[in-house]
Design a protein around this ligand. Structure first.
Ligand code: NAD
Length: 353
């Protein structure tokens, strides 16, 4: 398996180094023959090549089996004419990575404000309220006059159907319970299409129990009783917000693994951003990135029918659970270790596992 590795901005180089060490170890231990292909995107690429993403990098990623993308300082990238392309958006759009899978669960030993839970948010990734990816040309945000702006939200039946199908398939592997999250009371047309498409796809999965919640009420339900949810499917922006909330409820945004998957390509990327407030201080939690890498390995193994990849992914997840429960982790999840030491603790557990 060839994986292009792009460390990203801010805390990215620190968390990605831990991720690379973990991938190299499981490759050796489980004979995965991983080939890690390092390259740059974001600020480092802008400095070296005058653009955050080069065409050569895109070709390399298309030819690889997977991509590990570090967190990107997206807020800094404002002008595509100056090479400031948002790399997260670029890969999601151009590799058609329509399903953003974001698991969140509580860990023994990590203090949380909620009862225990274990859920997955499945977020549509290619349209919705995201002005940078919902138009074939131009941008979905329009400045009508200097004081009037319009943002377009594109929702298509085909995109709703494929994200629903991914969510139902995941629900079938879990507790067979899927929750649809929407704002149909206000967005009657667009969320009408979303709900309708999900209910059509539901007919293919009669074993799955389906319920639905309005997105604002969902915020209360998920804080009050997250344990009642299993798989949740929603449109792009609602999923973006909801999955940061569920990651933080699990103890820290630094525990939020995330996979962006399409039919032929997938990209692991931590749920959090580049966290410039803590960059370079050896305090960032590397586990979100490591968990995203485990998801990428499992995705590849499932596609290719290679059981060793699932075994390696399980080993990584078990080591994460153990390191967090033992307190061998960073401060955001109650430990005392720095980023590097947290990575070392993880390697030790994987070696011993
Ligand atoms: P952020 O997710 O980077 O940080 C939010 C808070 O969580 C900060 O207090 C940060 O210190 C903390 N945090 C984040 N990751 C952590 C980790 N691994 N360990 C411990 N604490 C962690 O959000 P932000 O500060 O609003 O955004 C910073 C930059 O990241 C912006 O340019 C934004 O556009 C970008 N961003 C990128 C992505 C992405 O690449 N997928 C996602 C979100 C934000």
């Amino acid at each position: 398996m060839k994986i292009v590795v792009l460390p990203g901005d801010g805390i990215g180089p620190e968390t990605m180094q831990v991720t690379v060490n973990v991938l190299q170890l499981v490759s050796e231990k489980y004979k995965l023959q991983l080939q890690l292909l390092p390259d740059v995107a974001g600020h480092e690429s802008l400095r070296l090549h005058g653009t955050t993403i080069t065409p050569a990098l895109f070709d390399k990623v298309k030819q690889a089996d997977g991509l590990m993308l570090g967190p990107m300082a997206t807020y800094d990238f404002k002008d595509e004419a100056k090479g400031e392309i948002n790399p997260s958006m670029f890969f999601r759009k151009n590799l058609d990575l329509f399903a953003n899978i974001r698991p969140a669960r509580t860990y023994e030993g990590v203090k949380t404000i909620t009862p225990p839970f274990d859920l997955i948010v499945v977020r549509e990734n290619t349209e919705g309220f995201y002005a940078d990816r919902n138009m074939a040309a131009g941008n979905g945000e329009i400045l009508v006059t200097p004081d009037v702006g319009i943002a377009l939200r594109r929702i298509t039946r085909s995109c709703c159907e494929r994200i629903a199908r991914s969510a139902f398939a995941l629900a079938m592997q879990r507790k067979k319970h899927l929750t649809l999250v929407h704002k149909h009371n206000v967005l009657k047309v667009t969320d009408g299409i979303f709900l309708d498409a999900c209910r059509e796809v539901a007919k293919e999965f009669p074993q799955v129990t389906v319920d639905d919640f309005i997105v604002d009420a969902m915020m209360a339900h998920v804080v009050r009783a997250p344990g009642r949810f299993d798989v949740i499917v929603t449109t792009n922006m609602f999923g973006d917000i909801l999955s940061d909330l569920t990651a933080e409820l699990s103890g820290s945004l630094g525990l939020g693994g995330s996979l962006n998957a399409g039919i032929d390509h997938a990209m692991g990327q931590a749920a959090h951003g580049s966290a410039p407030d803590i960059a370079g201080q050896d305090i960032a939690n590397p586990l979100s990135s490591v968990l995203s890498a485990a998801m990428l390995l499992r995705w590849h193994g499932q596609r290719k029918g290679l059981d060793d990849f699932a075994t390696a992914a399980n080993a990584i997840e078990q080591a994460v659970t153990q390191s967090v429960s033992q307190g061998d982790c960073t401060r955001d999840v109650g430990g005392k270790l720095g980023t590097r030491a947290s990575g070392e603790a993880l390697l030790k557990l994987i070696r011993a596992g």
